[in-house]
Design a protein around this ligand. Sequence first.
Ligand code: IPM
Ligand code: MN
Length: 358
Amino acid sequence: MTHKIAVLPGDGIGPEITEQAVRVLTALDLDLDLQTQPVGGAAYDVHGHPLPPVVLDLAKSSDAILFGAVGDWKYDTLARELRPEQAILGLRKALGLFANLRPAILYPQLANASSLKPEVVAGLNILIIRELTGDIYFGQPRGVREVAEGPFKGERQGFDTMHYAESEVRRIAHVAFQAAQKRSKKLCSVDKSNVLETSQFWREIVIEVAKEYPDVALSHMYIDNAAMQLVRAPKEFDVIVTGNLFGDILSDEAAMLTGSIGMLPSASLNSASQGLYEPSHGSAPDIAGKNLANPLATILSAAMLLRYSLGKAEQADRIESAVQKVLEQGLRTADIHEQGLTRVSTSEMGDAVLKALK
Ligand code: IPM
Ligand code: MN
């Protein structure tokens, strides 16, 4: 069976890192139909829109999407609906990619890269599950309006709306409990239920869903405390589940614990296991086109693609082992380079992973 994969390299370093992941995917002798289209700023340049219909249609009709990164300073002055970021938000919403899995793993070979003491982070392996299509990110109404009453009456006011429907909380909770069952059976739900109605509702529903998973130990934490505990004692966590906004923030924080955001993949899944796979880092326009960027997060995202959307766990394992191997060989792109190790370019890192696959 042929698997159709949309390849959307995007902006900045997106094209060069995606190219390496595509080389790895093609080396595996799978029956893949890879179709490439511009997205984000690159699509705006060609089509006048960051997510034009041809790109959205390709994404919808594919089994999986390999996504690079979007964004560049040169689009900062565009109207919000034309900015590159709207492409990734639009894809998440249009495909219903509500479950975002962001692993934060500290590779033993990179123990010194973390800004925390080695004993605090050694062996770190946590999974953040972020709800991705709801919350204040998509809530309506939003905008700028005139204040009708109170001390700020007559002034302009910016506003957004936070809400979660019961089924939205339930489905992400199920994903999280099932992920926890496959790991250490510990799940921490993060919210701000001491202040927010939405969060209190979130917590109630998570507690209800927990009844179906008696083997999983559920705990709850406020977002401010979770942000603190994540740098104090990150290894106390295993699986974390949280809403869209809190998950955005916590996942960047968790990524930094590993010292190398250039290493972390992510998967965004819908209920049909269609998925979008992208590195957790951004488009890094400052180093774009210089063959400097670390392609490993995108290569590892390709491994997640094989595992979650194509059911090819064996090939996913092969890619992950190949990445381990190049790290053991001491090969490092600039972001993770340390003295005494071999500094390589984006494409040389790709070469090395390909060689290690054989
Ligand atoms: C992410 C990014 C996006 C988000 C931006 C680019 C819209 O920060 O994937 O975490 O906020 O979700
Ligand atoms: Mn983010």
